[in-house]
Design a protein around this ligand. Structure first.
Ligand code: PMP
Length: 428
């Protein structure tokens, strides 16, 4: 049996279960007794992250970068420190390469609206893979529609992976931007982003990586990957919701016009003078930022660092292999893709003759939270020829016993009320 990870605790003689760090796991109401296997949608938050947010609001709350009093300086210090922590955690060249955003979706939209609008014109191409989440698809699709450009999709194979050969073959001379996910949120497929980036940049394309599903499961080294932009969300890596990061190579960020304009982006404004914007990252962070969110994100990185990615990856791999093998023993259940090839905490499956929503609803009746349906990636499900899947996604607190609970429930699942013809069958 594989337990949740353990952590050293001050004053405790032996390491204690990491589950003790997550108050919601012993929570009441909707949280009571839940087996939470929907971590790819959002992870739970550990006490150190919650404490960091409360501490910010109780000891330093103020506005950043503008007030001229000690509390404002304290808040600005916390915000700057958070940026330094993130920069060092992801191997950024400097803290100025870290732009705080509202999350992955916000980061991709920022790049599409700024770099995208400058780079992409009529007849140009934007390349994405066939496994993209809507958040790394719709901003590019809209950009192409607005610019008279073409959205080109690298096909995925039957195993749900994009081959380097297919990617290379699609990289024609007209590709200005290649936008690729690091890890698929549907199947957990890991893209060779370093190699893909090298190929695309050699052909002159700007590379944007959607790292939403990578950051909680593997150490991300943005300099090593070498992309122009790398986006992720705090809430999928044990941090708070509604905040994230856009990492940009400094020379790329330096060229970007402001995304939104407003307070914090300018040196000063006069009606009779052109507007002069401050350098990035502040130029791209108009308005009051989510300072507590940034502080919470930094605390989440500290938390993961203390756990160590070696341990996190081992835990992921054991859970994924266990789930693949246990699900494989249940008649009518088929795991999609090859999640055990490079485990990233996700196992998606289908049950013969039963709609994924019926499976998800049945598991919920057993107190098990999973995601079912198209996972905001209906185009990927279309390519796989599936109506949807049921997705188990693991976090550091999950155990093989919880996988056993899923399997026990699956043995008695029956077709229910959902059908392919249901009006909402494909929307989520
Ligand atoms: N990309 C991927 C691969 C995702 O899994 C998600 C979240 N499901 C997003 C982008 C969007 O993230 P957010 O909602 O935090 O902006």
């Amino acid at each position: 049996m594989l337990d949740a990870l353990t952590v050293e605790k001050h004053g405790a003689e032996t390491p204690v279960s990491i589950r003790e760090d997550f108050p919601i796991l012993s929570g009441t109401g909707a949280a009571a007794g839940a087996v939470y296997l929907d971590n790819a949608a959002t992870t739970h938050k550990p006490t150190p992250v919650l404490d960091a947010i409360v501490d910010y609001y109780t000891t330093a709350n103020s506005n950043v970068g503008r007030g001229y009093h000690r509390l404002a300086f304290a808040a600005t210090d916390r915000f700057d420190q958070a940026r330094r922590t993130v920069a060092s955690a992801i191997g950024a060249g400097s803290p100025d390469e870290v732009v705080f955003t509202g999350g992955t979706t916000d980061g991709v939209n920022l790049v599409a609206a700024t770099a995208g609008a400058e780079l992409v014109g009529p007849g140009d191409q934007v390349l994405i893979t066939g496994m993209e989440h809507n958040s790394n698809l719709l901003p590019w699709r809209r950009l192409c529609e607005e610019r008279g450009a073409e959205l080109v999709v690298v096909p995925v194979g039957p195993d749900g992976a994009t081959s380097l050969e297919a990617f290379d073959a699609a990289l024609g001379d007209r590709v200005r931007i290649a936008a690729i996910s690091h890890v698929s949120n549907v199947l957990g497929t890991v893209n060779p982003v370093r190699e893909m980036t090298a190929l695309a940049r050699r052909r002159g394309a700007v590379v944007v990586v959607d790292g939403a599903q990578a950051v909680a499961h593997r150490p991300v080294d943005v300099a090593g990957i070498g992309a122009d932009f790398y986006c992720f969300s705090a809430h999928k890596m044990y941090g708070p919701q509604g905040v994230g990061v856009l990492h940009g190579r400094s020379e790329r960020l330096a060229d970007l016009p402001p995304y939104r304009v407003g307070g914090g982006t300018v040196k000063g404004v006069r009606f009779d003078e052109p507007v002069s914007y401050v350098p990035t990252p502040a130029r791209l962070e108009a308005g009051t930022p989510d300072v507590a969110g940034a502080v919470g994100l930094a605390a989440a990185f500290d938390y993961l660092r203390r756990l160590g990615f070696e341990q996190v990856r081992r835990h992921d791999a054991e859970l994924v292999r266990y789930a693949v093998s246990a699900l494989g023993e249940i008649g009518g259940v088929r795991v999609v893709g090859a999640p055990e090839r490079d485990p990233s905490g996700i196992v998606s499956f289908v049950v013969d003759g039963i709609h994924p929503y019926d499976v998800g609803g049945y598991l919920d009746q057993h107190g098990i939270a999973v995601r079912c349906g198209v996972h905001c990636a209906s185009t990927f499900l279309d390519a796989l020829g599936l109506l949807g899947t049921v997705r188990l996604s693991f976090g550091v607190y999950n155990t093989t016993e919880e996988v056993d609970e899923v399997c026990r429930a699956l043995r008695s699942v029956r077709p229910g009320t959902w059908t392919a013809e249901h009006p909402n069958a494909r929307f989520l």
